[in-house]
Design a binder for this molecule. Structure first.
Ligand code: MN
Length: 246
């Protein structure tokens, strides 16, 4: 709804535009406060990796940056093996509350399917310029190469996200080609460090994976979505039956 002061851009607009919140229980998200740092200086920014059994199974890799979750869809999921280059396709910024989202998005809605929180934790930006000076993380992402250290329950150590194809922002006459390959594309790669594993077991099996929040598999969440905690709903304690989260 048009508010007079629109100096700050609403980075969650695309997120909200895609969803009907009377039908999906995904969080609507608060508007990030323009001038307040999103992360208190004594806290590290957080990350989450969700598994999303939608039209196609994929992982959603999200990093907290400037009050939102920068997001990539990673079809095969992150690997612990530095030899694996995982395609990561940027998706719209998500609200911070999405970190906790686990449940079923109704069929027919955007992203319809089951979501579990596969991993979560904090990360440390590690991007440096050529003189080894730290580069602000958002700036490194804008330039298309960011390195960071993950401290999750499952994922540990250094990772790099590198853009190898820019979005086709050609707003002019459409090529009419219908190729539709206009999306930016990145690679998510494990850094060769002490937390790397090269034993060939670097790729998680999404159907057997369990949520770090509830211990449940995709199938278990799909069968009993009512047992899912929806932190976005108003009213404290609107906890449906089901296991308490950790
Ligand atoms: Mn997704």
């Amino acid at each position: 709804m048009g508010e007079p002061s629109q100096g700050d851009k609403d980075t969650l607009r695309a997120y909200r535009d895609k969803r009907r919140f009377d039908r999906t229980r995904e969080p609507q998200g608060r508007r990030p406060e323009p001038d307040s740092p999103s992360v208190p200086s004594d806290e590290r920014p957080r990350f989450v990796v969700q598994i999303h059994d939608a039209r196609t199974m994929h992982f959603d890799f999200r990093l907290e940056v400037d009050g939102v979750l920068k997001s990539w869809s990673v079809p095969k999921g992150p690997s612990t093996d530095p030899h694996d280059k995982r395609l990561a396709v940027p998706t719209e910024d998500h609200p911070l509350e999405y970190r906790e989202f686990e449940g079923v998005i109704p069929a027919g809605e955007y992203g319809g399917g089951t979501v579990i929180v596969w991993d979560h934790g904090t990360y440390r930006p590690m991007s440096h310029d050529r003189r080894k000076r730290p580069v602000p993380f958002a700036a490194s992402l804008e330039r298309g190469h960011a390195t960071f250290w993950l401290d999750g329950d499952k994922l540990h150590g250094g990772y790099a996200l590198t853009r190898f194809r820019d979005a086709d922002t050609d707003g002019g006459g459409d090529g009419g080609g219908g190729g539709g390959r206009g999306k930016a594309a990145w690679l998510l790669v494990k850094t060769a460090d002490g937390r790397a594993r090269e034993d060939g077991h670097g790729t998680p099996d999404p159907r057997r994976a369990r949520s770090v929040r509830s211990g449940r598999t995709l199938r278990q969440v799909a069968e009993h979505p009512e047992a899912t905690w929806h932190s976005d709903r108003s009213g404290r304690g609107q906890r449906a039956s089901g296991p308490p989260e950790g």
